[in-house]
Design a binder for this molecule. Structure first.
Ligand code: SF4
Length: 362
C-alpha cells in the first residue's frame, strides 16, 4: 500500500501532490519508498546496486588544491583545514592499495560481513593532477581485489574535458581478472562495470556565499561541470552545506531546488561546522559567525530533503571532523542522534523526500 505520507502537505507550505501525481499503488512507488524510508539513502542505493553491503574507504592520493597552492587562491576555503594540503607536504602516506588494506583492516570489526569497498578519493582536489598521474592512482585503487568502484571528490572548476574523458574510461567494464569481483546481474549490465561517481563541491547556489567562503569559483562553474559530466556513465553528486552565514531558509531551499534542476544523481548534505586553525574558527570566536543549533539544522534539513526529487540519492545528512580538530557545534559529533531526530521529524510531518518537489521546475 502506498505510504499516506506521500500525500501530506509539506511544512514548507507547498500543496500536497495532485491526484495525478500521487502513486496509485505500491508498484508506482520507488523501492526506497516501498521500504518505508523517508529518503533515498546512499546505503539503500548501494545495497540495491550490489545486492550486499558496500562501504567507502577514504584514499589520500597526495593531491593538493588549486585554492591552496595559489592557482585559484591562497588560503583555501574559509572552513577547510587545508594546512595538510600544502604542496610540500603532499606525499601520500603509503601506496593506494596499502591505504585501502589498512582501512579495510580497521573497518573489519565494525562491518564484519562487508567484502566490497568503494575507493573514496576524499582529501583535497582529486582531479588536480596531470591525466597520466590520475590514471595511475585511479587504476591502482580499482586493481584492489575488494574495490568495486571509485568515488572522486573534486571542485567543479577543476574538471577539464580530458579529465572527464579519463573518468569515463573507468566506467567501462573491467578487465576479466578483476571483473569477477564486480557484481554481476544479467538484468542490468551496468552492474558488471565499476561504479564511478564524481562528487562536486557545490556548497551553495548563491555566489555571495561562495565568495564568503573564499571558494574561488561561482555557481556557474558547477552548472558547467555538470553539463560536461552528463552522459559519461558516472554518477554526478553535489556536496552542499546548510547554515552558511547570511543564508536564509529560503536561500537554502533555493539551493535544494537548483540541485533538483541540475538533474544530478546524488547530494551530500551537512551543516557548517568549525575546525581548529581555520578562518572560520576565528570568525566564530569573534562572534561574527553563528553555527546552527541541532533543532534548527534538523528542521532545515528535512525542509531541504522534501524539495529534492525522489530519485536523488541522499548520500549523507551530517558531518563531523576528528575530535582533535573539531571545535563545534558539539552536537555534530553524535551522528546517530542527528539521524534519529531527522527520522522523527519526517515521521512527525508525515512527509518524505520529494513531498515538496516541484517537478515542473526540474
Ligand atoms: S574545501 Fe576543497 S576546494 Fe576548498 S580549500 Fe579545501 S580542498 Fe580546496
Amino acid at each position: 500500500m502506498a505510504d499516506p505520507a506521500a500525500y501530506a502537505p509539506s511544512a514548507a507550505g507547498n500543496p500536497p501532490p495532485t491526484p495525478s501525481e500521487r502513486p496509485r499503488h505500491a508498484a508506482d512507488e520507488l523501492p526506497w519508498q516501498r521500504a518505508g524510508l523517508p529518503y533515498f539513502s546512499c546505503n539503500f542505493d548501494l545495497r540495491q546496486r550490489f545486492g550486499r553491503r558496500v562501504q567507502k574507504v577514504s584514499v589520500d592520493a597526495g593531491f593538493t588544491c588549486p585554492n591552496v597552492d595559489g592557482s585559484v587562491a591562497i588560503g583555501g576555503c574559509t572552513f577547510c583545514d587545508n594546512r595538510s594540503y600544502s604542496p610540500s607536504r603532499r606525499l601520500p602516506r603509503t601506496s593506494i592499495r596499502g591505504q585501502i588494506d589498512e582501512s579495510i583492516q580497521r573497518m573489519r570489526l565494525r562491518y564484519r560481513k562487508c567484502r566490497d569497498y568503494l575507493a573514496y578519493f576524499q582529501p583535497a582536489t582529486n582531479t588536480y593532477a596531470p591525466v597520466e598521474r590520475l590514471r595511475t592512482v585511479y587504476r591502482e585503487a580499482l586493481s584492489h581485489p575488494q574495490v568495486v568502484g571509485l568515488v572522486i571528490g573534486t571542485r567543479p572548476d577543476c574538471v577539464p574535458d580530458d579529465v572527464l574523458a579519463l573518468i569515463e574510461e573507468f566506467t567501462q567494464p573491467a578487465p576479466p581478472t578483476h571483473s569477477s569481483t564486480l557484481p554481476s546481474n544479467p538484468t542490468n549490465p551496468t552492474l558488471q562495470r565499476p561504479y564511478v561517481a564524481v562528487e562536486y563541491g557545490m556548497q551553495s547556489m548563491h555566489d555571495r556565499s561562495l565568495d564568503w567562503m573564499n571558494r574561488g569559483h561561482h555557481h556557474a562553474a558547477m552548472i558547467d561541470a555538470v553539463e560536461r559530466s552528463r552522459g559519461r556513465g558516472f554518477e554526478i553528486g553535489a556536496h552542499v552545506m546548510l547554515g552558511l552565514p547570511n543564508e536564509t531558509r529560503d536561500d537554502m531551499l533555493a539551493t535544494a531546488r537548483e540541485i533538483g534542476r541540475l538533474g544530478i544523481e546524488a547530494v551530500k548534505i551537512h551543516n557548517l561546522y568549525c575546525v581548529k586553525g581555520t578562518p572560520l574558527a576565528d570568525q566564530v570566536a569573534r562572534g561574527e559567525v553563528r553555527l546552527m543549533g541541532r533543532n534548527e539544522y534538523v528542521q532545515t534539513l528535512v525542509d531541504f530533503i522534501e524539495q529534492l526529487p525522489p530519485t536523488m540519492i541522499v548520500d549523507r545528512i551530517s558531518g563531523d571532523a576528528p575530535p582533535d580538530y573539531f571545535l563545534g557545534p558539539s552536537w555534530c559529533l553524535d551522528k546517530p542522534s542527528v539521524r534519529t531526530a531527522v527520522l522523527a521529524e519526517f515521521a512527525r510531518r508525515q512527509t518524505r523526500q520529494g513531498s515538496a518537489w516541484n517537478k515542473a521546475l526540474a
